[in-house]
Design a protein around this ligand. Sequence first.
Ligand SMILES: NC(=O)c1ccc[n+]([C@@H]2O[C@H](COP(=O)([O-])OP(=O)(O)OC[C@H]3O[C@@H](n4cnc5c(N)ncnc54)[C@H](OP(=O)(O)O)[C@@H]3O)[C@@H](O)[C@H]2O)c1
Length: 278
Amino acid sequence: MKIIVFGASGYAGSAIYQLLKNDPQTEVIGTYLDDPGMFDDLYKLDVNEPESFSAFFKQIQPDAVVWSVMSGPYEDELINEGLLHLINHLSPETKLVYISTDFVFADGYGPYTEDSVITKLPDEHVLSTYANAKVKAERFIRNDLINCVILRAGPIYGKNSLGKRDERTNQLLTSLRQGETTAYRDDLIRTFVHVDDLAAAVKAFAMNELTGVYHAGPNQRASFYSFMRRMAESLGYDKELVQRAEKEELPDKEIPKNTALATEKIVKETNLHFRPLP
Ligand SMILES: NC(=O)c1ccc[n+]([C@@H]2O[C@H](COP(=O)([O-])OP(=O)(O)OC[C@H]3O[C@@H](n4cnc5c(N)ncnc54)[C@H](OP(=O)(O)O)[C@@H]3O)[C@@H](O)[C@H]2O)c1
């Protein structure tokens, strides 16, 4: 089985790529944009560039593709160009596993199931570029494809199989090592998912027959404050260095409060396991 991982140099993508590489049943081809990271066998490709995208895709002719691409301020371009190129090249035989986000639930009244309605943030909202592009991407995929899985994840954490950690934990570690206190919000509730568990879920969906929307993660929710206290303790530091942040938000800039994901469906329909919080 031949699988392309778009974004194989990234935090989640590198864990997915490594996991697939370890499986003798799969031939995996990974792409990067600027920095291949730990790998020396990735293919340099800008998914927004139509000619090179087309040449690459036609040469590989994959059985499955994984979208683990992210581009922060340019997310909209990535969806309008890169994702649409991909959708236009996919035949019904090729399965897409698209990694989406809990930020598609902009109203913030979770927990949300796979059937909950996705909503956009107001265009002027500081977080709207990424969140709304992901909403748009899910709509494109659901309108145009059948052989696909939209796998939604909340904040992804943990040291991946290549030793790479998420940025949030890296920042926490920097403060902890200096003995400094850091404050996190206690009113922002999320479903945190370990990067290696997410990678295992992506691999399973790339190789199995299931299609549709699935939420990844344990059946456990936490605020950033309580999650980071657990994380500090699990890393061997004093959890009291993690403090509760004061909430100071303008109403039109509010961050969605509870975007927790109900994860019963994935547990019921697959044999995947998501580890409890640290
Ligand atoms: N991180 C989270 O907490 C989180 C939570 C929920 C969902 N997600 C989703 O999970 C997926 C992976 O996220 P991540 O945190 O692993 O992202 P990441 O570490 O920022 O990696 C992004 C990847 O996208 C590649 N890329 C960016 N622009 C590209 C372009 N124009 N053409 C080709 N490749 C391009 C990057 O290549 P270079 O490395 O070469 O620049 C990198 O491989 C994304 O779909 C994201 O929306 C992430």
